[in-house]
Design a binder for this molecule. Structure first.
Ligand code: NAD
Ligand code: TDX
Length: 348
């Protein structure tokens, strides 16, 4: 197969490329990425510019002609579409680019494949989406599953919901062989330090207050990025065309508890890994409640029964161990964190 991964220089995309690159069934792996603030080729060290089956195309999905060119030039047979604007807070400040990339960009990729795949079979198009499209759960509600209705509440989730609907429509109307996945909050190495976990680590290493939105009671369901990548490959290999699959690990935490857990691990690990930080104040003392995010969804949670029973995938990484590994990775990669954030850290 000639597989196109979009957004392969971002957080999940770079893990996915590392996961896929050695698989013998992939003849060519093409990474299409515009390299926005969130995309970094350093995330692909050892692969980018080195692996014989890997190719990179710096292309913006908003440019339809370029997207068509890539699909044709590489004779793409399979797609895993991740490229997107991905941060809720940015979508509240500046929604336009979310609509352009997440909605129009997805349209351009759907059209490119529809035209290129007109006469042939054995193609697959996997759309990587989020649980946020389903809206917000109450404390006692059942987790989201494939039958949950769409109630997007933020500009980001509205743009992802729109893209999910386009993918469904291109399958229903044009017969494009698509599958939609809706995953819960990912965490792990290489995550841009605007998201909760790397932001917490960055603030501690900068000696700054850690902003906790509202009362910190909001709940997220945490999935290690490597478990997500394994799920996406399982879907590409085995899933039924036209279906949707929810992907989660069933590891819910209130934000305040998650932040404290990360802080405790930081206190333990930094003494060993960054001795100059061992005398710093306890990390949790930096947690500071701030004004809540407008329209802040209270709780997300995912029921993964369908993908487990139908395709045999389930998450393996325990959250506490995954958080410890993640904290260790950031402490060992302070240069990455300093460059990505454009900040000077206490330690550097
Ligand atoms: P990210 O922000 O880390 O990476 C996004 C990548 O897309 C970057 O490399 C960026 O350069 C690229 N990109 C952005 N706009 C582009 C454009 N116009 N053209 C081409 N490339 C462009 O995002 P992520 O956290 O890795 O998320 C990847 C996908 O997974 C997104 O579609 C997101 O909605 C979805 N998702 C993320 C999570 C999560 O917790 N991070 C959970 C579920 C689903
Ligand atoms: O500074 C912060 N303080 C804080 O309390 C930040 C950045 C976040 N939060 C809270 C808001 C959320 O309840 O932490 C929670 C997680 O926030 P984010 O890391 O911004 O993630 P979230 O808004 O849940 O969305 C994420 O999961 C679903 C990803 O960013 C999306 O791309 C994915 O689709």
């Amino acid at each position: 197969m000639n597989l196109l991964v979009t957004g392969g220089a971002g957080f999940i995309g770079s893990h996915l490329i590392r996961f896929l690159i050695g698989l013998p069934s992939i003849d060519r792996l093409v990474n299409l990425d515009a390299l926005t603030y969130a995309g970094r080729l350093e995330n692909l060290v050892g692969i980018h510019g080195q692996h014989p089956r890997y190719a990179f195309e710096q292309v913006d999905l908003r440019h339809a002609a370029e997207v068509h060119r890539v699909v044709q030039a590489h004779d793409i047979t399979h797609v895993i579409h991740l490229a997107a604007e991905s941060h809720v807070d940015r979508s509240i400040e500046k929604a336009g680019v979310f609509m352009e990339t997440n909605v129009l960009g997805t349209l351009h990729l759907l059209e490119a494949c529809r035209l290129h795949w007109r006469d042939s079979k054995n193609h697959k198009w996997v759309h990587v989406s989020t649980d946020e499209v389903f809206g917000s759960l109450g404390r006692e509600d059942d987790a989201f599953d494939e039958s949950s209705s769409y109630h997007p509440n933020s500009p980001y989730s509205a743009s992802k919901a729109a893209s999910d609907h386009l993918v469904r429509a291109w399958h229903h109307t044009h017969g494009l062989p698509t599958i939609v996945t809706n995953a819960s909050n990912n965490y792990g190495p290489f995550q841009f330090p605007e998201k909760l976990i790397p932001m917490t680590i960055l603030k501690v290493l900068s000696g700054e207050e850690i902003p906790l939105y509202g009362a910190g009671e909001n709940v997220r369901d945490w999935l290690h990025v490597e478990d997500h990548c394994a799920a996406l490959w399982t879907v590409l290999e085995k899933a039924r065309i036209g279906e949707t699959y929810c992907i989660g690990a069933g590891q819910e935490r209130r934000n305040v508890d998650l932040m404290k857990e990360v802080c405790e691990i930081l206190d333990e690990e930094r003494a060993n890994l960054v001795p100059s930080l061992s005398k710093a104040v306890p990390a949790a003392s930096l947690i500071t409640p701030v004004r809540d995010r407008p329209g802040h969804d209270f709780r997300y949670a995912i029921n993964s029964d369908k993908i487990r029973k139908e395709l045999g995938w389930q998450a393996e990484k325990n959250l506490h161990q995954g958080l410890r590994d993640t904290v260790r990775w950031y402490l060992r990669n302070l240069d990455w964190l300093a460059t990505a954030s454009g900040r000077k850290l206490w330690t550097s």
